[in-house]
Design a protein around this ligand. Structure first.
Ligand code: NAD
Ligand code: WQD
Length: 340
């Protein structure tokens, strides 16, 4: 049987690149569409080395209708996984228009191009940010949806847009995947997270301190109502997350139904747990100090994961120690990321 072709927008980025590996391993053919606004073309030869196949990449922007039509005309696309978005919460507060334009307008352009091409299978990168400051943990998919940043609004509005599209046209098959906190890297150490500038997220900050690019980690707040006073999150290995996308696609094709699920491990770890596990697993020192709370951080956020297990047949296999070792293997081998 011919391989199904999956258009992966944002496929050169952190989660997208790992998903391309998982797709190829599962017998799908990935076509990447990326404008490299937050990634590096150097990822491509590495993807080819890992997968042992040539990877198709189209440089283009999801806001560009003509470029999208050209891609759908060139490839017989069976489904789209849509990662392309801006994702920095703090930046979104300063530049809300950029976030709405890239994330919401970009998605509407993509959905319209899919509609024109008759492609109706869609996997969307949503986020635990749609649960705001949750009333209770673990968080299930029916929890109240609200957000605390323009970035979060773009994810919530896009979810609502997708629900409206499904109401208007019963032929859409949509998987909304709400990721918790992705961390780690491919076990080869040749692809991983490569943030530009000062990292916003905990894991790349820890690895950049360990490799000597930053002096010390500021731990945002030590007086939260959590076991050790630092915030608790559900860190999920990026390879598990990537495999979750394959399971979601399989579900759309197999069950012919839409689905909304959390992708997390169901386990919460504090910031200090992450630092201590990283130090234990790598033997590297990580200087840190407790500093003021960061605006908008919630004390604890972790997933109820039953729906992904029961519906998709997916659960995370890798633990925090694996995330630490794999994140470090990538950072140690690539102290300056893809740029070398
Ligand atoms: P990333 O920045 O590494 O990847 C996004 C990719 O999309 C980049 O390669 C970027 O160049 C590309 N891109 C952005 N705008 C584009 C556009 N208009 N046209 C074409 N390409 C464009 O981010 P990531 O961490 O891999 O996140 C992927 C998706 O998952 C995003 O939608 C993000 O909001 C979502 N998400 C991320 C996290 C996280 O913590 N990393 C958590 C929850 C949800
Ligand atoms: C994790 C923990 C920080 C950096 C964000 C987005 C969310 C989703 C995932 C996209 C928190 C602490 C961090 C540092 C620290 N992204 N921390 N010092 O905030 O849970 O989630 O990424 O959808 O929408 O909000 O992740 O990695 O920024 O922080 O102490 O230098 O680490 O306070 O407790 P967060 P994070």
């Amino acid at each position: 049987m011919a391989k199904k072709t999956i258009l992966v927008t944002g496929g050169a980025g952190y989660i997208g690149s790992h998903t391309v590996v998982a797709l190829e391993a599962a017998g799908y053919r990935a076509v990447i569409l990326d404008n490299f606004c937050n990634s590096h073309p150097g990822v491509l030869p590495r993807l080819e080395a890992i997968t042992g196949t040539s990877i198709t990449l189209e440089r283009g922007d999801v806001r560009d209708a003509a470029a999208l039509d050209a891609v759908f005309a060139k490839y017989k696309v069976d489904a789209v996984i849509h990662f392309a978005a801006l994702k920095a919460v703090g930046e979104s507060v300063k530049k809300p228009l950029d976030y709405f334009e890239n994330n919401i307008y970009g998605t509407t352009q993509l959905l319209k191009a899919m509609d024109r091409a008759g492609v109706k299978h869609f996997v969307f990168s949503s986020s635990a940010t749609v649960y705001g400051d949750p009333e209770s943990v673990p968080i299930d998919e029916n929890s109240k949806l609200w957000t605390m940043s323009p970035y979060g609004q773009t994810k919530l509005y896009t979810e609502e847009l997708l629900r409206d599209c499904m109401t208007a046209d019963a032929s859409w098959r949509v998987a909304i995947l709400r990721y918790f906190n992705p961390a780690g890297a491919h076990e080869s150490g040749s692809i991983g997270e490569d943030p530009s500038g000062i990292p916003n997220n905990l894991f790349p900050y820890i690895t950049q301190v360990a490799v000597g690019r930053r002096d010390r980690l500021g731990v945002f707040g030590g007086d939260y109502p959590t076991p050790d006073g630092t915030c608790v999150r559900d860190y999920i290995h990026v390879v598990d997350l990537a495999e979750g996308h394959v399971k979601a696609l399989d579900y759309l094709f197999r069950e012919d139904k839409s689905v909304t699920v959390n992708l997390g491990t169901g386990v919460g770890y504090s910031v200090l747990d992450c630092i201590n596990t990283f130090v234990e697993q790598t033997g590297m020192a990580v200087a840190y100090e407790i500093v003021a709370r960061r605006a908008g951080d919630v004390p604890a956020c972790y997933a109820k994961v039953d729906a992904a297990r029961d519906l998709l047949g997916w659960e995370a296999k890798r633990n925090l120690a694996d995330m630490c070792r794999d994140a470090w293997r990538w950072q140690e081998a690539n102290p300056n990321g893809f740029a070398g």
